[in-house]
Design a protein around this ligand. Sequence first.
Ligand code: NAP
Length: 249
Amino acid sequence: MSLEGKVALVTGGSRGIGRAICQQLAGQGAVVGINFVSNPSAAEETLAEVKEAGSAGFVTGFDVADSQAVQAAVKSITADYGGVDILVNNAGITRDGLMARMKDADWDAVLNTNLKGAFTCSKAVMRGMMKKRWGRIINISSVIGFLGNGGQVNYAAAKAGLVGFTKAMARELAARSVTVNCVAPGYIVTDMTRELSEDIQEMIKAQIPLGTLGTPEDVAKATGYLASEESGYITGQTLHVNGGMYMGN
Ligand SMILES: NC(=O)c1ccc[n+]([C@@H]2O[C@H](COP(=O)([O-])OP(=O)(O)OC[C@H]3O[C@@H](n4cnc5c(N)ncnc54)[C@H](OP(=O)(O)O)[C@@H]3O)[C@@H](O)[C@H]2O)c1
């Protein structure tokens, strides 16, 4: 599943699942752009790991919800590396709370980063992909977008929204051999889930047929496949990586 000669951009690539995706794509031979918004040192650590995996990479800081910043970053990447062939829309945040008490700001922050961010980044790279008649856009959704979860109406809406976004964009870009797919992780051990109490983690494990939380690498391997030449006839789909927690589609 070689990605030699390809340039990848991973939003929120500095930590957690994004970092594992950067390592995976680097291992497959891609030059990897590692995006972050607030923590440059974590991004530099990821860059060191990309280099260890035997690939070139670079760090690019911008807020995915800021379309001007996104366009400027993609312009500069295109000047330096010839464009973005693989985009992984991974940047995501949670601002949990029951609906009755959820503030507009919590709704807006989650929708802006998780859903609008995928729109701004995809829009910035799609023209280059269409010209090359090759591209891969992979959106990181979540099992929560399929199951729903009390206390996460904003996050569930954003993650379910990514699925519709993926299908519509897949139809628009298919004629130029650009594929657009989702990966929907279940519960994965990262900073996002480390905040959950022991009790909650045990309750979650009880709902997972494979009996454990997943690892960032589990998600990264699925993403690496959808980035590859070998997945070229798959578009508009969601690949669930959740230990069997949700088996629908
Ligand atoms: N962990 C899970 O169980 C799980 C399950 C299903 C889906 N997911 C999804 O998987 C993705 C990664 O999750 P994670 O657990 O790895 O999260 P994480 O460890 O909290 O890392 C989040 C990453 O996103 C970046 N980021 C946040 N807001 C951003 C913005 N506005 N612009 C650019 N980058 C931004 C962060 O950068 P800084 O470090 O600079 O802040 C960081 O690199 C998210 O979309 C999440 O919703 C996670």
